[in-house]
Design a protein around this ligand. Structure first.
Ligand SMILES: [Zn+2]
Ligand SMILES: [Zn+2]
Length: 121
């Protein structure tokens, strides 16, 4: 019985030690994770700042990288930059929808239709 109890004590001590180690490891992981989260948010802030900067920079030179219909930045997927014969650029889907309803460039009002839409590469 006595030896049994001793084994039990030892096991508890071992478990406590293990628990301590796990706790330490967990603390370390939490702090590493916090670092990662910080890096991630820094990166997001930076790319957001950079995005805003380049939009402002381009717009200050009359090169709007954003669609005049939805004011979103162009991408190479659903919002492909496209131009009309008049030279105005819009997101491809935005101008397609717009031309379907009024058949004119939303900026200069020149007549245009879907076949006038050209992607900008
Ligand atoms: Zn758009
Ligand atoms: Zn136009």
């Amino acid at each position: 019985m006595a030896s049994n109890l001793k084994t039990k004590d030892k096991t508890i001590a071992d478990l406590q030690k293990e628990l301590q180690q796990l706790k330490k490891r967990n603390d370390k992981l939490v702090s590493e994770n916090t670092d990662l989260m910080k890096i991630k948010s820094d990166y997001e802030n930076m790319s957001e700042m950079f995005g805003q900067f380049s939009v402002q920079f381009m717009e200050s030179r009359g090169l709007s990288p954003t669609c005049k219909i939805c004011h979103e930045i162009y991408d190479t997927n659903l919002h492909f930059q496209a131009t009309l014969k008049c030279g105005h650029t819009f997101g491809e889907n935005c101008i397609r929808d717009s031309l379907q309803s009024n058949g004119r460039c939303p900026v200069c009002n020149k007549r245009a239709n879907a076949s006038d839409i050209n992607r900008v590469y």
